[in-house]
Design a protein around this ligand. Structure first.
Ligand SMILES: C[S@@+](CC[C@H](N)C(=O)[O-])C[C@H]1O[C@@H](n2cnc3c(N)ncnc32)[C@H](O)[C@@H]1O
Length: 316
């Protein structure tokens, strides 16, 4: 039997408030699908629901009236614990296994490059198994946690994973564009040296627009050299996504947090943030970086802007 109490429980809202809303809007629970659609505008507006289901060990930061909460967990297991329709925007940069497994670059595996600083297996972090089956599971959880009214999602891809997994995104989301991140300087590669990555931008079926129609789909931000965390991305890459797709107090989620570049970008855009990473090292670095940024305004992992002309970014 579908009851208000079950919905309140599943969606993490107060039953009395839900009851009041249902009564004042003459919502009849007889038809589960229809009644849920009618209740969603209320449910999606209840603040902070996203933080309510995760009680295990996490680190939480507060700034103004907003929260940043980070967890050590596997991405899929973490997303499964979040309430449905509780996140406004997902921005994420998964550790795809394909590129490393198939294309051995330079002296070996990319994530093994810093082996002297990493884990006992000689790697900094584990990779996310990028089979179609696993990616489908991951996207179905992203879909479940994203709000219907506001949900936007930005998924980063290297060229290998774009071809093998990019098509799956369409099974779940309304793909609007593929953005090219031009890293300005060349990297490794035997057949044309790599200078770019991709970001698939999609909505969760809604028609919410980005902030400005004149934003381009090629972004030039210099790659980070000698980063403290391998695969660390410039904060500006995430800032572009978050600036274009959020309003004040929106909740942004990154389930492959790495060194927390996305969390710093969320703070710069006055958003709440929730994220996770499976690795000890990522959690250690992220806690230090977010804490220091909130207390002193200094980003200890990225001291300089990655814009080509320092400080000049397309959204300002
Ligand atoms: C490409 S890095 C993210 C880098 C990040 N964007 C930054 O700027 O620092 C991917 C991250 O995914 C994490 N990871 C790998 N497998 C994971 C999993 N199953 N669940 C959650 N995180 C995972 C790795 O530990 C790594 O930190």
């Amino acid at each position: 039997m579908y009851t208000l109490s079950k919905i309140a429980d599943e969606y993490c809202v107060a039953e009395d408030d839900l009851d009041y809303y249902a009564n004042s809007h003459n919502i009849n629970l007889g038809n589960k699908r229809k009644s849920l659609q009618q209740l969603l505008p209320f449910i999606e507006d209840v603040p902070d629901r996203v933080f309510k289901t995760l009680n295990e060990s996490h680190t939480e930061f507060q700034y103004e009236d907003k929260k940043i909460s980070i967890y050590q967990d596997d991405a899929i297991s973490f997303l499964k614990k979040l309430p449905p329709n509780s996140v406004d925007v997902i921005v994420t940069d998964p550790a795809y296994s394909g590129m490393n497994n198939k294309l051995k670059l330079g002296k070996g595996r990319i994530v093994g490059k810093y082996s002297d600083k990493g884990t006992s297996e000689g790697k900094w972090f584990s990779e996310f198994e990028d089979s179609e089956e696993n990616y489908t599971l991951f996207l179905s959880e992203c879909k479940r946690v994203l709000k219907e009214s506001t949900g936007h999602i930005y998924l980063m891809f290297d060229s290998f994973s774009l071809l093998s997994l990019g098509n799956v995104v369409r099974d779940f989301f309304d793909v609007k564009n593929i953005i090219t991140w031009d890293k300005v300087n060349i990297g490794m590669g035997h057949y044309y040296r790599r200078r770019h990555e991709y970001v698939i931008f999609s909505t969760n079926g809604n028609t919410r627009k980005i902030k400005n129609r004149s934003f381009p789909d090629v972004w030039q931000f210099k790659r980070i050299h000698n980063s403290k965390y391998p695969t660390q991305k410039p904060v500006e890459v995430f800032q572009a996504m978050i600036y274009a797709s959020t309003e004040d107090k929106f909740t942004v989620c990154d389930p492959f947090l790495g060194s927390a570049s996305s969390a710093i970008a969320a703070i710069k855009n006055n958003c709440n943030f929730i994220g996770c990473d499976i690795s000890d090292k990522a959690m250690e670095i992220s806690k230090e970086r977010i804490g220091e940024y909130l207390s002193s305004g200094v980003d200890i992992l990225q001291k300089k802007s990655s814009a080509i002309e320092s400080g000049k970014v397309f959204w300002e």
